[in-house]
Structure formats: structure tokens, C-alpha cells
Design a binder for this molecule. Structure first.
Ligand SMILES: [Cu+2]
Ligand SMILES: [Zn+2]
Length: 193
């Protein structure tokens, strides 16, 4: 179970990218269930949380749920590998829930009639620095866009429908732009050869 610690340490050694200033802004890419890149996200450490800029195309027009999920694993086609919502403070789901919200909960994004999104969101209970609320703690986390809408209330995930696209939030997320989404474990094996 504790195997994640030495692996994280080894990845840090290879990338020498573990100092806080290299963590922000952090760029990553969204891939859909067919493995096509459909957009990008840029995460930036701010005084009041982490800003998330999302640029995506190829969505159904209308609102879509988007959340930070707990694992940096975007395994197509269903992205179940991303796990539940990022929830370090053990709250309930939903921005409209009195006992919420998960630190990874975000307002819905709205795709225009061409299926494009250009949104600027905020994660007030997250950081890119070290600590319990860090999006980069352990191996990292991920951003998931759903086919449906988050109702802000229903447990455990707002009745948001299928997972349509996924972007890893890891220190090396932007170093892998051109290749297929790869699991951190596989990447670590390759780079140690
Ligand atoms: Cu989600
Ligand atoms: Zn949630």
C-alpha cells in the first residue's frame, strides 16, 4: 500500500520538477473515451485556491458536470479508474449541499452550440502545494467531464451521468502531450530502463 511513496519519489528524481514554482501553472490535456485529445486545462495556484481554465471541444451542447477525481488514472473508455471525487476533508457531494462540498466539486460547464467550452473555474479548497488538500498529493488527481449535469445535491456525485473525458493532474501531465494517455506506473518503468 505504501508503494506509492517510493514511486512518487523516483518520478520526482527523474523530472526534477518537485519544487513548488514548477507546479503552477500546470497544463494538462483532456482525452475522450476513444483516446482523442479534445482539449486542455490549465491549473494555477492563487491566493484563494486553484484556478482551472478549461478549453474543450466535441461536447454535446449544453451544461456538463466537471469534477476533480481522486486518482490520476484516465483509463478509457469509462474512466472509472479516476475513482470518486477528490474529497480530502470527508464532506458530502454538492455545491448546493449544506454538508458539502467535496474539494473536487465544480460548477457545471456550458458547451455552446458548436460543442465548445471556454471556462474559468475555481477550486477554493485545493492547492497545488504540499498538504492534505493538494491536488498533487500521492501521485496526483484528475479532471473528469461528464455527459450529464451535476444537480449539486445527489450523493455521491450529483447524478452526473457517464464520464466523457478525463485529464490527469500530475507533475508531468504536460510532458506527455503527444503520446497516448499512459498510466504513471508504466511511465515510471519505461523511464527507469
Ligand atoms: Cu466527476
Ligand atoms: Zn462531489
Amino acid at each position: 500500500m505504501n508503494r506509492v511513496i517510493p514511486i512518487g519519489f523516483i518520478i520526482c528524481l527523474f523530472l526534477s520538477a518537485c519544487s513548488a514554482d514548477k507546479r503552477s501553472p500546470l497544463n494538462t490535456s483532456f482525452y475522450n473515451g476513444q483516446g482523442d485529445k479534445i482539449g486542455t486545462a490549465t491549473l494555477k495556484e492563487m491566493s484563494d485556491g486553484v484556478q482551472v481554465k478549461v478549453k474543450v471541444e466535441g461536447l454535446e451542447p449544453g451544461p456538463h458536470a466537471i469534477h476533480v477525481h481522486e486518482f490520476p488514472k484516465c483509463k478509457a473508455p469509462d474512466f472509472k479508474s479516476a475513482g470518486n471525487h477528490f474529497n480530502p476533508m470527508s464532506k458530502l457531494h454538492g455545491l448546493m449541499n449544506a454538508e458539502g462540498a467535496h474539494a473536487g466539486d465544480l460548477p457545471n460547464i456550458e458547451a455552446d452550440s458548436a460543442g465548445m467550452v471556454n471556462a474559468e473555474l475555481m477550486l477554493p479548497d485545493a492547492t497545488l502545494k504540499d498538504g492534505q488538500k493538494s491536488l498533487l498529493r500521492k501521485e496526483g488527481t484528475s479532471l473528469v467531464i461528464h455527459s450529464g449535469v451535476d444537480d449539486g445535491m445527489t450523493q455521491p456525485a450529483g447524478d452526473s451521468g457517464e464520464r466523457f473525458a478525463c485529464a490527469k493532474i500530475t507533475l508531468d501531465a504536460d510532458k506527455n502531450e503527444t503520446s497516448d494517455p499512459t498510466e504513471p506506473m508504466e511511465k515510471q518503468k519505461k523511464s527507469s530502463k
